[in-house]
Design a protein. Structure first.
Length: 117
C-alpha cells in the first residue's frame, strides 16, 4: 500500500469500516511508515477527543496509548482470520483427498492395504 492510499483509509480505520484485506494492508503500511502513523495518530486523537467532549467525559485519557491498543487489537484480529482461513483450507484439502480416495475405491481403481481390510 502506498502512502496516498493509506491516508485515504485513515477515516475508515478509525470508524471500523475496512474489509479484512484492507485492514491487513493498512496495518502493514502503518507499521513501516512513521509519516502515516503520525497522520493516523493525529486523526485518531482529534476523533476520540471530540467524541469524549460530546459525551462530556472529562477524565484524562492517554489517546496515543489507546491507538496503540487499538492497533494491537486489530492485528490480533487479522492474525486470527489468517489462522481460521488456513485451518479451513487444510480441512478442505483433506476432505478433497478423502473424496478422491473414496471415488477411486468405489470405481475399483485402487485397493486398500490388507491392514485396513
Ligand atoms: Zn506511508
Amino acid at each position: 500500500m502506498k502512502c496516498e492510499d493509506s491516508l485515504t483509509k485513515i477515516e475508515a480505520y478509525i470508524h471500523d469500516k475496512m474489509s479484512y484485506r484492507e485492514l491487513e494492508d493498512f496495518l502493514e503500511h502503518i507499521k513501516e511508515c512513521p509519516d502515516c502513523y503520525d497522520e493516523l495518530e493525529t486523526y485518531y486523537t482529534i476523533t476520540v477527543g471530540m467524541k469524549y467532549l460530546e459525551e462530556e467525559r472529562l477524565e484524562a485519557y492517554n489517546i496515543p496509548h489507546m491507538l496503540k491498543e487499538d492497533l494491537r487489537k486489530k492485528e490480533r484480529y487479522v492474525r486470527w482470520i489468517h489462522a481460521i482461513t488456513g485451518t479451513l483450507f487444510a480441512i478442505g484439502l483433506v476432505l478433497v483427498i478423502l473424496f478422491v480416495i473414496l471415488i477411486l475405491l468405489y470405481l475399483g481403481r485402487i485397493e486398500l492395504p490388507i491392514l485396513f481390510k
